[in-house]
Design a protein around this ligand. Structure first.
Ligand code: GLC
Length: 480
């Protein structure tokens, strides 16, 4: 049995701020259980729903020296869908109403978490062959495995993988502070290790010291080797390109299944969407107070409202777009300027624009089921999961050709009768608008062709099956 430990800062269903949580929570159960024992470790946040917190079982605790103090590390455990989850408890670090808040405190919090996660392993008697880390929050683990945890037999052969879900967030502060918080010696603070542009950088540590690096699509794996997408680390990505590969994300095909989804008004499948899908649109128009009109093309947006997602483009042409026969349904929270932008347009175009500035899992499912198209004009997109959910629900993605969007959405070609969505290349608002209008044209004037695109979209397989095999190959190769 090969033993794998996922260490992450979030995982569904326990805690989620973004796509990382979907991956950390849905990938582990897709490995071949006969050969792989995959477990997951996350912090026990105070802001986790009470119903989850109440169910966790206490396993053990110990005290760990960190920043000159002896600190409590509790370990709790919970079995969920056949996977063992461990939760690291410390009320000082994992308090607050959100998993992340203040940058500096977050860096200290996750430096503590990385130390605690590795220290907890001998205590629970789980000795992974591979520790699979995710994003900057766990970037110190590959470093510690080659440093302070290297001596003893327990950690000697432990390998590490780091998956980059988003290169933009790196965990950066001045060298002196990072050195203090990590307890690492001067040796580590040179430009070939944790130092980057005179600062300390936790993600960089992970990328330098991990035995393998992955990111969540092939295109993003290439993109981050150039300055535009490299976030200052493109040189490092080029230097480590032999150890870097892209493995595209999947989604949970049981959770996201229009034929069985209990959140949606009317279930449907690839066989009967032509008749049944529309019932979801009707229900959502009613629920959100939109104009109740079967004919209007409904476009969905479910997203963290950050500049990564291309909202500047939408803002720029929103008035023009709203002259067309379309409805726009938005769900998500994030930067205030985008929250207010959508609130403004919902006020300006009642019946046409619905701005739902909060997060709701049930509403997200309803949007995937109800809409005709799904808009995702990202500036960069390591993988993107919503377009996969949209494809699954026969809701055609309109995307910019970057990262995982480029790898998973095949643009419609009216001459060959191929494609599963619509796409444009440049980060340009009118290029996006032209693409949306092209989609409108197909939707209104060539409904049969539109429905054939839906056929192809729903026939695609973006479950975890193929990608889980690729991770297994990678683990096998590392374990040797
Ligand atoms: C981050 C990325 C997104 C990716 C997700 C899961 O949220 O921005 O593109 O799909 O991580 O890997």
């Amino acid at each position: 049995m090969k033993k794998i430990l996922f260490v992450a800062s979030e995982a569904v269903p326990f805690i989620k701020t973004g796509g990382l949580a979907d991956v950390a929570g849905s990938l582990p159960k897709c490995f071949d259980k006969e050969y792989y024992d995959v477990r997951v470790m996350i912090p026990k946040y105070m802001c986790m729903k009470q119903e989850w917190r109440d169910q966790l079982n206490y396993v053990n605790h110990f005290y760990m020296d960190y920043l000159g103090q002896s600190r409590y590390v509790g370990i709790l455990q919970y079995e969920y869908e056949g996977i063992t989850y461990y939760f690291i408890d410390n009320e000082w670090y994992f308090n607050g109403d959100r998993p992340y808040g203040d940058w500096l405190f977050d860096i200290e919090k996750f430096a503590f978490f990385c130390n605690a996660a590795l220290s907890a392993l001998p205590v629970i008697g789980f000795q992974p062959d591979v520790v699979h880390c995710h994003d900057w929050q766990t970037g110190l683990i590959p470093v510690y495995l080659k440093d302070r945890f290297r001596g003893g037999e327990f950690f000697q052969n432990m390998k590490s993988v780091i998956t980059i879900h988003n290169l933009k967030f790196q965990g950066v502060w001045d060298v002196k502070t990072i050195q203090y918080l990590t307890g690492l010696s001067d040796y580590y603070f040179t430009p070939d290790k944790l130092e980057a542009y005179k600062n300390g950088n936790l993600l960089k540590g992970g990328i330098v010291f991990a035995d393998a690096i992955t990111t969540v699509s092939d295109t993003y794996a290439e993109e981050i080797k150039v300055p535009f997408y490299g976030e200052g680390l493109d040189g490092l990505m080029r230097a480590r390109s032999n150890s870097l590969r892209g493995i595209v994300n999947g989604i949970d095909y049981d959770e996201f299944n229009p034929a069985t989804d209990t959140f949606i008004e009317k279930n449907y499948s690839a066989e009967n969407f032509r008749k049944e899908k529309i019932k979801n649109k009707r229900a959502l128009q009613k629920e959100l107070g939109l104009e109740e009109n079967d004919k209007l093309m409904m476009i969905g947006v479910v997203s963290r409202l950050t500049d990564q997602k291309g909202f500047d483009l939408i803002q720029y042409v929103m008035d023009e777009l709203c002259q067309d026969a379309v409805q726009l349904v938005v769900l998500g929270t994030g930067e205030e300027r985008y929250e207010n932008m959508f609130r403004h347009f919902a006020w300006k175009y009642p019946g046409r624009v619905s701005a739902n500035i909060y997060y709701s899992n049930p509403l997200s499912h309803k949007i995937y089921a109800a809409c005709d198209a799904f808009l995702m004009p990202s500036l960069f997109e390591p993988c993107g999961l919503s377009q996969l959910m949209s494809l699954r629900y026969g809701t055609l993605p309109i995307v910019r050709e970057t990262g995982g969007l480029k790898d998973t959405v095949e643009p419609y070609n009216e001459f060959e009768g191929t494609g599963t969505g619509f796409s444009f290349a440049n980060y340009n608002a009118h290029e996006m608008l032209d693409t949306i209008r092209y989609a409108e044209k197909i939707y209104y004037d060539k409904k049969r062709d539109w429905n054939k695109i839906v056929d192809r979209a729903m026939a695609k397989d973006f479950s975890w099956n193929a990608s889980a095999l690729k991770y297994q190959e990678l683990y096998d190769w590392l374990i040797g």
